[in-house]
Design a binder for this molecule. Structure first.
Ligand code: IMP
Length: 415
């Protein structure tokens, strides 16, 4: 039995999909645990690109059972479209969806836009209705996938009197049409996924929990309020999937060799110069979900080390080693943040108040090319030194090294 978690270490878009796809080659089950269609991962297999938001990246491998867990908030139209995409590619859909997963209603998206519009400082949400959908769950008025099997709407709204939200629900013919449109489509996929997961645990199956978003977008441990509305850290992923910490055997922290962020919020190592633009272009740093250009900057190891404790990382996956090598070749140096200057004091932790922070860097001279590299031994010494520096600083070994966009562009390092 093994349960492996794949978790984003910074602000998302670290390439979890690639790591998950790689690990899922030997897995029985892959579970998507949290978030909704705010997530986006591009999986490239045999030169074909799949942009996924709700489906786990294992979906392209029909030998693996893909599960959408109870912690996910589901936009029915989005999920329908993704499932159709996979069917059109003649891939058998080996998928089940938790009956406990919540539904994102059209009203949730409207509310998301409304709140953003009226904030003095917008969060820069993806506009996918995620916050309001999770809020509905906390209010205990959310509709769940199991409700799709009922007689919409009257059975599902168990209120004596009409509260503002239920009246909004009942009044909205748009919502009813929306729910009824997809009722039949999903009925064969919805089930009590916990029973299947329990059986898998007791029958020694290999399970992967695929995280969404990332550590510093966590609503409790991230850069609040510039966060998402779920808990993307490892313990949140366990919760969203329905597996307790005792069963977890490995936790992969996925990072890039540099940092990027979409939306608003603190980013101490952000580069506002030509180097930042070059990282964006060479790394194709544009959002999968919103197409927004990503903010780019140097790797922040202070945050990486903090993420190790928040998530209990056992291994790193470091993507875009190729991209960073090119940056070093072009500009003659690469920087890594190893401490902060906080109000005139050198610190090596992430303070709650992030306004007065200035990064302190270690500089690496030159760059490298990963062209033609197949094994760890093939990598240039400069790239190996960079990886060793990450390992020594964070005390976590690197296992996977990404050197290109395709799933095959991965080097496995003995640990
Ligand atoms: P929300 O999750 O749409 O509410 O957005 C909240 C914040 O999280 C915004 O800054 C988004 O850009 C960011 N965010 C949400 N999902 C992702 C993701 O999958 N990758 C990167 N950033 C994300």
């Amino acid at each position: 039995m093994s349960v492996k978690l794949i978790i984003g270490s910074f602000w998302g878009d670290e390439g979890k999909g690639k790591c998950s796809y790689y690990e899922s080659q030997n897995a029985d089950i892959v579970i998507r645990a949290t978030g909704g269609s705010n997530a986006g991962h591009t999986v490239i297999v045999n030169d074909k690109k799949y942009a996924l938001h709700l489906l786990p990246s294992s979906i392209i491998n029909p030998n693996v059972l893909s599960i959408i867990g109870p912690g996910v908030v589901i936009d029915l139209k989005e999920l329908h479209d993704e499932m159709e995409l996979i069917k059109k590619a003649s891939i058998r859909l080996n998928l089940i969806i938790s009956d406990k997963a919540s539904i994102v209603l059209p009203e949730n998206k409207e509310m998301d836009a409304f709140i953003e519009e009226h904030r003095t400082k917008p969060v820069g949400t993806t506009g996918r209705g995620i916050g309001p959908a999770y809020a509905d769950k906390c209010y205990r008025i959310a509709l769940r996938m199991c409700d799709l099997t009922k007689n919409i709407p009257f059975d599902i709204i168990g209120f004596k009197s009409i509260s503002p939200t239920t009246s909004m629900l009942l009044a909205s013919s748009k919502t009813l049409n929306f729910l009824n449109e997809f009722k039949n489509y999903f009925k064969d996929y919805i089930c009590d996924t916990q029973q299947i997961i329990n059986n898998a645990i007791f029958n020694d199956k290999k399970i992967i929990i695929e995280g969404a978003q990332a550590t510093y977008l966590d609503k409790d441990h991230g850069d609040y309020p510039y966060v998402t509305s779920s808990n993307p850290i490892a313990s949140g992923a366990c919760c969203g999937a329905g597996i307790g910490p005792k069963y977890v055997t490995e936790v992969y922290g996925v990072m890039k060799a540099y940092c990027s962020r979409v939306g608003e919020g603190p980013f101490p190592t952000e580069l506002f110069n030509e180097i930042g633009n070059s990282i964006r272009e060479l790394g194709h740093e544009y959002g999968t979900t919103t197409k927004r250009p990503r903010r780019c900057g140097w790797l922040d190891l202070v945050r990486a080390k903090n993420a190790v404790v928040l998530n209990s990382f056992t291994y790193w996956t470091v993507n875009h080693i190729d991209t960073l090598g090119k940056i070093g070749e072009k500009y003659g140096e690469i920087k890594v943040c190893t401490a902060y200057n906080y109000k005139g004091k050198k610190i090596d932790y992430v303070p709650t108040n992030l306004t007065d922070i200035k990064p302190i860097y270690q500089t690496f001279t030159g760059g490298w090319s990963t062209e033609g590299c197949k094994t760890y031994e093939d990598l240039p010494i400069e790239a190996k030194n960079y990886i060793k520096f990450i390992e020594d600083y964070t005390k976590v070994p690197v296992k996977y090294i990404g050197i290109g966009p395709d799933n095959k562009d991965v080097i496995i390092k003995e640990t």
